[in-house]
Ligand binder design. Sequence first.
Ligand SMILES: Cc1cc2nc3c(=O)[nH]c(=O)nc-3n(C[C@H](O)[C@H](O)[C@H](O)COP(=O)(O)O)c2cc1C
Length: 342
Amino acid sequence: MTGKNYEAWDVKESDYPADGPMEERLKFLLRYAILAPSGPNTQPWKFAIHDSGISVFADINRALPFVDPSNRTLFMSVGCAIANLAVAAKHFGFAPSISYFPDGQESDLVASVQLSPGQKPMDGQDDLFPQIQRRHTTKDRYENATIANHLLKEMERNINLPGLYLTYLADEDAKNRMADLVSRAHQIQLAKKEFRQNLGEWLRSNWTAEPDGMPLYTFGVPDVISLGFPAAFKEFDLSRPVIYRDSGLIHDCSTLAVITSDQDDKQTWTMCGFVLENLLLRATSYDIRASFFSQPIGVSLLREELKKQVNRGHPQLIFSLGMAKPMRPSPRRPIEDVIVRH
Ligand SMILES: Cc1cc2nc3c(=O)[nH]c(=O)nc-3n(C[C@H](O)[C@H](O)[C@H](O)COP(=O)(O)O)c2cc1C
């Protein structure tokens, strides 16, 4: 890996300052929190370190008003970072206790994570820590292999917060219906210039030196084409190639999955992100990767259709699971940029 914008991935467990001050130890845990996935790699989180824990904030300056107007994806992404923080904390012998929106859902304080030290460090099969640096999103293609049922069940166990559900959709009919929903969502959204401009701001060439956004190699776009692609995406409706790519990720995956919920608010979205990242880390331990399809959730008409199809509450996220080769990671912001004084 080269470039400063990839240095976050080089964090080494052996550098943990076990005998250092609490602040240094908690800061080290955050180096794992920031490796979490986020929709379109905006990394919309901020952290404040206290004597006994970490406050996690949403960074609303990183919102995408035309792509994610309710900030659903933004809060899910913050939930993913909280999950990584909790996994790293347990690995290094802390007992994390998370309280979501302690000041109410209008506050940008998403969670207060109390971290009591001196616990037995977690290791072995239940420890998802080694997967944090191995996880990445697959956006190119799957290897067209089937995931065994017992592994799917194992992953489902991570959706373990009340009011959240996981539904697998593996048969051809369901895949066709989902491919159709995703395709219609792309057609509706990519026809709008402000949507293209908003999302296009987060597309990056394959040589990007930016600390955020989505490098086009993750989508399998060749180097030379990646240079002009972000500008072209903003200007023209490229829904056809986008639909073609997503259709491959839907038809060649082992199964699709939908997270749904009883409630539909910021706290629910954050908790969805939390369980999602735990599921993704578990999946990574079996070399199973995921690809996301946020589009139909963002178009209210299509979301209603999906709601009827799944029939288990409010749809929050569609993703596919399959076997895929490891791929070069995406950039991350330096830890100093996301720590605030409070
Ligand atoms: C809640 C959420 C929604 C996402 N939605 C999409 C999506 O609709 N399409 C897509 O290509 N990637 C989606 N992603 C994946 C991000 O683009 C990816 O996590 C980010 O670029 C960082 O890359 P990494 O996951 O490989 O570290 C989503 C990620 C999250 C956490």
